[in-house]
Design a protein around this ligand. Structure first.
Ligand code: DHB
Ligand code: MG
Length: 240
């Protein structure tokens, strides 16, 4: 048995000068508008000042999430794993009326995120629910079921990797047909394909890939990516 892992202990990042250079080049030419570079920087600074781990998505991944949400005019976004609100800010910037519901297990992290989101001007359109995903998601699902909350257009899962499938399963049940489901960090330096792995986080990635593949509600693929942080990748699914 692998030892239990603290979800906030970052994986050791693999750095490659080429990946970092391309991210820097791309960001300098393409990331000059919304959200404002100042609000993004302030959000990351607020996170590091408060001792949050440096494991938010990269700028290009954040912008990719925002553009994906914009493509489907996502008005209701669900995020599992707020951390300091960096990806939340990107997602909330998809359209002027996009609302993001984000779940965060750490009250301290949630407070940092709320402060940053408020300062970035999206506080009115974002809610951070404090609690474990496995406690909060069923409550949201019950609200959707009771007609008290509308179905989601896009879900971004970026929390403890062991529960990826449990989160994706509940999320799929409360997303509209045509909704998009994205799970961060499933490739993990290629370990995803290692069928001998005992790393619970990799196993969480394998479980979500294998179960999504058998799930008649979903159609999916995984896109491997490199960047300023690591060789990793999103699982990307559409709800049928
Ligand atoms: C880790 C978690 C993440 O969500 C991420 O994007 C990178 C690393 C981690 O826990 O190591
Ligand atoms: Mg992540």
């Amino acid at each position: 048995m692998a030892p239990p892992q603290d979800p906030y202990t970052p994986q050791t990042f693999e750095h490659d000068a080429r990946w970092t250079a391309v991210d820097k080049y791309v960001t300098s030419h393409l990331h000059n508008t919304i959200p404002s570079p100042a609000s993004l920087t302030a959000t990351l600074t607020n996170s590091s000042t408060n001792g949050l781990p440096d494991i938010a998505v990269s700028a290009s991944q954040g912008k990719h999430l925002m553009l994906t949400a914009r493509l489907i005019s996502a008005q209701r976004v669900l995020e599992v794993g707020t951390l300091g609100g960096y990806s939340t800010l990107w997602l909330a910037s998809a359209t002027p009326t996009t609302r993001v519901t984000s779940i965060e297990i750490s009250p301290a992290h949630a407070a940092v995120a709320e402060e940053s989101l408020q300062k970035a001007g999206v506080g009115e359109r974002t809610e951070v629910l404090v609690g474990a995903g496995l406690d909060v998601l069923p409550k949201l699902a019950a609200e959707v079921q009771a007609g008290k909350r509308e179905k989601f257009d896009l879900v971004f899962i970026d929390a403890d990797k062991e529960n990826n499938w449990a989160y994706a399963d509940i999320a799929a049940g409360m997303s509209r047909s045509g909704a998009c489901l994205i799970v961060d960090n499933v490739v993990r330096k290629g370990e995803l394909a290692n069928d001998k792995t005992e790393d619970e986080r990799v196993l969480g990635g394998r479980r979500v890939v294998e179960n999504v593949g058998k799930d008649p509600r979903l159609d999916a693929t995984v896109l491997q990516t490199v960047g300023e942080k690591n060789y990793d990748g999103f699982l990307f699914a559409v709800v049928k």
